[in-house]
Each structure stands twice: as structure tokens, then as C-alpha cells.
Design a protein. Structure first.
Length: 499
């Protein structure tokens, strides 16, 4: 980023807008850059006014108009960092806009540059052509390494071994330098060393603050899924596609996976298992929380989420029921001034063009709500359709659920249970076993086939309640999506809806 800013300054750009929450890190990099280019650096904030960072002297008060007048009078080869100025641009006074435009014109002829710094983009239309916007990425391992060394040195601890050091730095990716410093220091207090698990725990806490991304504590694997062998084999074929050997071989980065199908058939479970197959952290993106009430906030939220995901790469990003988050993009022009359409456009552009190894897994129940642009090749590597489980899959699901709740499948007639649950989803099978457990517990005994049969008689499967919708979804998927379960020899009894 420092090199990019340097190139802009050498090219004569007089207005830059850096989007980043890291004021301390940005100011430090600008000080280094100013020294390299023999520029003077000045910094302004709403509390202290305009300061000369070299001498600490006050050049102007915290009044923004007075500050702009002072900037116009600074000597040539000056950088001016404005830290809170973007907050004044929510509803700017015409005089402030005119003053800033004039200062930018003067700066262009005097080797000066005005640099706005804010955690979100807030730029009125009058300044859009005057100021260049730069998204500052979160720190990578190279930027986090000195922070780790500083904590170890201050705590008088020995340097970490290479393996543990890499694990700590990997755990800290996605944090700002201040957040990483706090996490390292907390680990030293708790464990007398820097532990990756504590850093990862604090990172999960940091990501919860804005609610956009959440680190999922994932214990699921492909063994948790009954059936879907076609989808499983596709994932296993790509399990090593994120390593150095794959890059040396020339494999392109995997983009992601779209899983459509009937609710309760294991789509979300597969998304979680994907991260386990690849051995990568799992981030859940809440698409609905991208949208904010302030102008530009939604687009800023998306940039923040993308920046965090790329900083933590390689990783898996999971969007559950993506159609709900993007449902308003088609009518966006008449409902929200085009915000949903702009966010959706930015999202699919990133999905198409991203270079960072971020594997996206999206699930959808109602494909009719998905924008056509999302479905074309290039956004995802593959789209799978998950149907109701066949008899073999239902047997596997019953065994998984029985073991999950600490019972032995050998104590039940699993083939018979699979037969009488034709048309049931995996989640319905699980709920039937839970209901049987409750009934057996109330009677102070263990569940039996009879207990399960009673629970199943009270079950109204989704395949009966939504017969038409499921039939339409199956029709849509033919020729459009790859079946998650390979076709079986036709015997006239599989894949039928329950009566």
C-alpha cells in the first residue's frame, strides 16, 4: 500500500481517501513515506487541530475551514492527514466543499497532498472526481510479525519456534495491528506465551462486533453427512487445491460452490464439512446484515467483509440461504434507491475477479429468487442440487443420528426405519429421533423401534406439504445443476414423493 500511495504522490495526485480503521498504522506508514520522499507530514483531528508531526507544533485549530486555509499556506512538498474530516462530509456546508476543492487545486501545483482517513467511505458527489479512493487491506503476516516480536520482547520471552510462530500469525490474520497486539498481550497474561488458540478466540470476538462475519467453531466432517456421494467426491478431489504444490502445478484458485435443494437435506451441514475437508477456517457471512441505513454504509460493509475474508485467506466463506439476502436486488431501483443492486454487483464482481484463495459456499432453498447473474459459470466452480434422500442415504442418516445421540444403531431396525421414512429429509429424521428420545425419557426407558414408529406417525414431512414446489425445483435442476447424489439404477421405487 505504501508503494501505491507513493506512486500516486509522484504522479501529482492531490487528494486521496484511505479507507481503514487503523489510524496508528496508517500514520506510521505515512511518516516513513514522508521521510523517504523528503515531505513534511501534518495531521489533523477534530480534537487537537492541525499539528506538525515533526515538531508537535499546532498549525491551526480544530475548525475545519480554518484548517483548510492553513493547508493552502503550507510549504511545498507537504502531506496532510485528515483523520476525522470524513465525518464532516455527511451533510457538508457548501463553504466547506468549496474550500476543500480550492485547496486540492492549489495542492496540485505545489507538490502537496491531502489524505482523508476513515473507516468507511463518505464522499459527496461534488468531490468524487477530485479525490481518489484507496481501500487499505488489513495487515498480513509481514505486518503482524513486528507486532508479535514487540510483545515477546516487552514480556522478555524467547522467540517462538517457526511452526508455532506461523500458527500464531495465521491465527491473527484478519485483525488490525492494534487488535493483534491486544490478543498477543492477553495470551502472554493467560499462558505466559502466545498461543494460537487464544489469538483465534480473540479474533472471533473481534469479528462479532460488526456482525457481518462470524468464525464458526466447526466440528462437522463428511462423516456427518448421510449420502451425497457425488458432492463428497467433488470436494475430496479438491481438498489439496489450496497448497503450494497446487500453485506450482498451475491449478487456478477454486472459486466456490452453490448448493441448491430442498430445505433440511444437509446443505448447511455440507458447507460446514467443506471447511473440514479443506482444513481451512470457516467464516459465515450474514448477507442481510450487509445493508445499513446510512448512505454508502451497505457498500462499506461489503468492502469490510471482503477485506477481512481476504486477509484471513485461505478460508471458506459460507452464505446460508443466499436468496434471502439478495432477494431485493431485482427491484432495487424502486425500493431502496439501487443500494441492493450496487451491493449485489460488487459482490458478483469480486466473486468473478478475486485473486485471494477464498472459497465461497452458498446455499439456497428457493432458486426462483436467485438473480440469473449469480448462476452463470465463473461465479462458482459448480452448482449441486440436493434432493430428498434415497433409501441408502436414509439408512446412513438414521445410523448417524442414532450414534449422534449416544445410542447403538444395532439396537434398531434401520432398514425398516429407512423404508417408512421415504420422503423425509435428514432434519426430519433427526427430529423424529429426538421426539422418540423425549418420549422414552418421560417413560423412564430407552427408545425402541416402537417409540420411533409412534414419533413418525405424528410427522408431516415437507415432501407432502410442499409437493408442487419440490416437483418444480426438481424440474428446474435438470440440466442446470449437478446432482449431489449419483443416479442409481432405476427400480421404480427411489426418489418418490411421500403420499
Amino acid at each position: 500500500m505504501k508503494t501505491k500511495i507513493k506512486n500516486y504522490l509522484r504522479a501529482g495526485y492531490s487528494g486521496l481517501y484511505l479507507i481503514s480503521p487503523e489510524e496508528k498504522r496508517i500514520e506510521g506508514e505515512l511518516k516513513t513515506l514522508a521521510a523517504e520522499m523528503k515531505y513534511s507530514l501534518y495531521a489533523w483531528n477534530a480534537a487537537n487541530g492541525l499539528l506538525d508531526t515533526g515538531t508537535g507544533g499546532v498549525i491551526a485549530s480544530n475548525d475545519p475551514v480554518e484548517t483548510l486555509d492553513a493547508i493552502a499556506g503550507l510549504k511545498e512538498k507537504s502531506l496532510v492527514l485528515l483523520r476525522d474530516f470524513h465525518l464532516l462530509l455527511d451533510d457538508p456546508h457548501p463553504v466547506l466543499i468549496r474550500k476543500l476543492k480550492d485547496v486540492l487545486q492549489i495542492a496540485r501545483t505545489q507538490a502537496k497532498a491531502v489524505i482523508l482517513l476513515g473507516c468507511r467511505l463518505n464522499l459527496p458527489p461534488e468531490l468524487e472526481r477530485e479525490i481518489t479512493i484507496l481501500d487499505v487491506p488489513l495487515p498480513g503476516k509481514n505486518e503482524l510479525e513486528p507486532v508479535l516480536d514487540g510483545i515477546l520482547e516487552s514480556a522478555k520471552l524467547k522467540s517462538l519456534k517457526d511452526v508455532q510462530r506461523d500458527a500464531v500469525l495465521d491465527a491473527a490474520r484478519g485483525l488490525t495491528t492494534v487488535e493483534a497486539e491486544n490478543a498477543f498481550a492477553l495470551s502472554v497474561i493467560e499462558r505466559k506465551t502466545v498461543e494460537p488458540s487464544i489469538v483465534a478466540r480473540e479474533k472471533a470476538q473481534a469479528l462479532r462486533k460488526n456482525g457481518l462475519l462470524e468464525i464458526v467453531d466447526n466440528q462437522e466432517s463428511l462423516d456427518s453427512i448421510g449420502g451425497l456421494n457425488g458432492l463428497k467426491n467433488w470436494l475430496l478431489c479438491r481438498r489439496n487445491a489450496f497448497g503450494r504444490k497446487a500453485r506450482e502445478y498451475g491449478l487456478p484458485a477454486c472459486k466456490g460452490l452453490l448448493i441448491v435443494g430442498i430445505a433440511g437435506t444437509g446443505k448447511s451441514l455440507t458447507a460446514k464439512a467443506t471447511a473440514s475437508v479443506f482444513g481451512l477456517p470457516l467464516l459465515r457471512l450474514d448477507a442481510g446484515k450487509l445493508f445499513g441505513g446510512l448512505v454508502g454504509q451497505s457498500e462499506g460493509n461489503l468492502r469490510s467483509a471482503i477485506g477481512t475474508a481476504e486477509a484471513m485467506s485461505p478460508c471458506v466463506v459460507w452464505i446460508d440461504e443466499i436468496e434471502k439476502g439478495l432477494a431485493g436486488s431485482r427491484s432495487s431501483g424502486s425500493t431502496d434507491g439501487g443500494t441492493s443492486a450496487r451491493v449485489f454487483g460488487s459482490l458478483i464482481s469480486w466473486m468473478q475477479e478475486r485473486k485471494a484463495p477464498v472459497f465461497m459456499v452458498a446455499t439456497a432453498n428457493d432458486v426462483s429468487q436467485l438473480p440469473p447473474e449469480l448462476l452463470r459459470k465463473g461465479r462458482f466452480d459448480e452448482m449441486f442440487f440436493v434432493d430428498l434422500p434415497n433409501p441408502t442415504e436414509r439408512e446412513a442418516i438414521w445410523k448417524i443420528q442414532i450414534r449422534k445421540y449416544r445410542r447403538n444403531p444395532d439396537g434398531f431396525d434401520v432398514p425398516q426405519l429407512a423404508r417408512i421414512t421415504e420422503g423425509c429429509t435428514g432434519s426430519e429424521i433427526e427430529q423424529a429421533f429426538i421426539d422418540a428420545l423425549h418420549q422414552a425419557f418421560a417413560e423412564d426407558k430407552e427408545p425402541t423401534d416402537i417409540t420411533l414408529a409412534k414419533a413418525l406417525t405424528e410427522l408431516a414431512p415437507l415432501s407432502s406439504l410442499m409437493r408442487e414446489q419440490i416437483a418444480a425445483l426438481r424440474t428446474w435442476s435438470k440440466g442446470r445443476a449437478r446432482p449431489a447424489t449419483p443416479s442409481e439404477p432405476s427400480n421404480g421405487s427411489t426418489r418418490k414423493l411421500a403420499a
